[in-house]
Write a protein that binds this ligand. Structure first.
Ligand code: NDP
Length: 445
């Protein structure tokens, strides 16, 4: 079978699932030359066919009662994609856009990402088409309780360990964990991202954003450059964006943009530590909109726009999938942006990614650059199993080392004849080999 036939087969088996197809096409395109050559045995063992068919997909009704006493009905998902490397692991997303195709693309990507961390973690993802925005704490709690009542049948510390994602932060993990404990009668590590006082790990909240910056640091270091003095543009103002900004600022970079789904703010003077603390309070406590930043500080607000037209050395898309299109990529190229590091999962459209790679910008795919979150979840699982608590410094050191290792793996498998690193190819091949070897060893299942 050639590459086009293979993709056609996946397309025919998964109609109306554009995000899933986009993720598969990207992975297969970078794996194919390798599979024709030294990776031939993986093709012969049918690994690619097996990896594009998840282990199982669960979908379920979530009925809950809103503050008006009305019954509301949402749909929950858990996609357990590949369990050859360990218990399934991947976040839960609560957002109205969540559907089968989005959950599948995320679970597929997660499988490679988790393999890249070298930790014993299988790949999964899930969530619901529930929008926590505008809901009271009580409504969110009732939703989480109903969601977990069903999900608790399918998860557990040695089975599947969900974490947070878009719309699922500390508050939601707390309600979900409480209900899991009530349903099973067990206090165990069936979720990560828990509060530090009750089984959570230090640095888990910060891990994805910090990890993305550690990865960017390695990319620039390979060119004998540092982050100090670099101008950084960030999209999103949620968990990943906040902590990417925090670490970038700590390393001497100037962060000039952040955004939410309504628009972006541009602060040419830079978002400093104090302004970032203000954003954290705005987003995490008051659950306000990013436009309020421009009312509070001397900054511009661009309604309905994305930050990619601003001049920046490093672009960090940290909001959602397909948020950076071809025109945005053209603007970044025009403004001589040096690197794009994906804090979010698949934030660049296929056309944008193509242009970025053609123009030779440094480009780190999410499955490598944002793997720090799941890696630190892996460290939380280890602490839960040991019934131990590790200090901040230890966890941050471990995270930093894991990000360096992922960077090394990308370089090992992504170095071209011209000496340039293709991080997409490097990440896909490195993750694939680990999963594929385990698949072959465990037989045709
Ligand atoms: P949060 O919910 O904390 O923040 C998401 C941010 O993105 C918010 O600012 C939100 O704005 C914005 N956003 C969401 N949807 C859209 C949209 N359709 N268009 C424009 N902006 C949007 O999520 P996280 O920070 O946790 O996740 C962000 C990304 O990082 C996701 O792709 C996620 O899969 C990925 N990721 C997260 C990890 C984690 O540990 N949390 C780990 C690895 C990857 P608004 O408030 O207006 O909705």
């Amino acid at each position: 079978m050639n590459e086009a036939d293979f993709i056609e087969r996946v397309r025919a088996r998964n109609p109306n699932e554009p995000e899933y197809l986009q993720a598969v096409e990207e992975v297969v395109a970078s794996l194919w030359p390798f599979l024709q050559d030294e990776g031939r045995r993986y093709l012969d063992a049918g690994v690619l066919e097996r990896l594009t068919e998840g282990d199982r997909a669960i979908s379920f009704r979530v009925a809950w009662i809103d503050d008006q006493g009305e019954v509301q009905t949402n749909r929950g998902y858990r996609i357990q994609w590949c369990g050859v490397l360990g218990p399934y692991k991947g976040g839960l997303r609560f957002h109205p856009s969540v559907n089968f195709a989005i959950s599948k693309f995320l679970a597929f990507e997660q499988t490679f990402k988790n393999a890249l961390t070298t930790l014993p973690l299988g790949g999964a993802k899930g969530g619901a088409d529930f929008d926590p925005k505008g809901k009271s704490d009580e409504e969110v709690m009732r939703f989480c309780q109903s969601f977990m009542t069903e999900l608790s049948r399918y998860i557990g510390p040695d089975v599947d360990v969900p974490a947070g994602d878009i719309g699922v932060g500390g508050r939601e993990i707390g309600y979900l964990f409480g209900q899991y404990r009530r349903m099973t009668g067990r206090f165990e590590g069936a979720l990560t991202g828990k509060g530090v006082g009750w089984g959570g790990s230090e640095i888990r909240t910060e891990a994805t954003g910090y990890g993305a910056i550690f990865f960017a640091q390695e990319m620039f270091a390979a060119r004998d450059e540092g982050l100090e003095g670099k101008t950084v543009g960030i999209s999103g103002a949620g968990n990943v964006a906040q902590y990417a900004a925090e670490k970038a600022i700590a390393l001497g970079a100037k962060v000039v943009t952040m955004s939410d789904s309504s628009g972006f703010i541009h602060d040419p003077a830079g978002i400093d530590r104090d302004k970032l603390e203000w954003i954290k309070a705005l987003k995490n406590d008051r659950r306000g909109r990013i436009r309020e930043y421009a009312e509070q500080f001397d900054a511009e607000y661009h309604e309905g726009k994305k930050p990619w037209s601003v001049a920046m050395d490093l672009a960090l898309p940290c909001a959602t999938q397909n948020e950076l299109g071809r025109e945005d990529a053209e603007a970044l190229v025009k403004n001589e942006c040096a690197a794009i590091v994906e804090g979010a999962n698949m934030p660049c459209t296929a056309a944008a990614a193509k242009l970025i790679r053609e123009r030779g910008l440094l480009y780190a795919p999410g499955k490598a650059a944002n793997a720090g979150g799941v890696a630190t979840s892996g460290l939380e699982m280890t602490q839960n199993s040991q019934r131990m608590y590790w200090g901040r410094e230890r966890v941050e050191d471990e995270l930093h080392e894991i990000m360096r290792d992922i960077h090394r793996a990308c370089c090992e498998h992504g170095k071209g004849e011209d000496g340039q690193i293709d991080y997409v190819r490097g990440a896909n091949i490195a993750g694939f080999i680990r999963v594929a070897d385990a698949m072959i060893a465990q037989g045709a299942i």
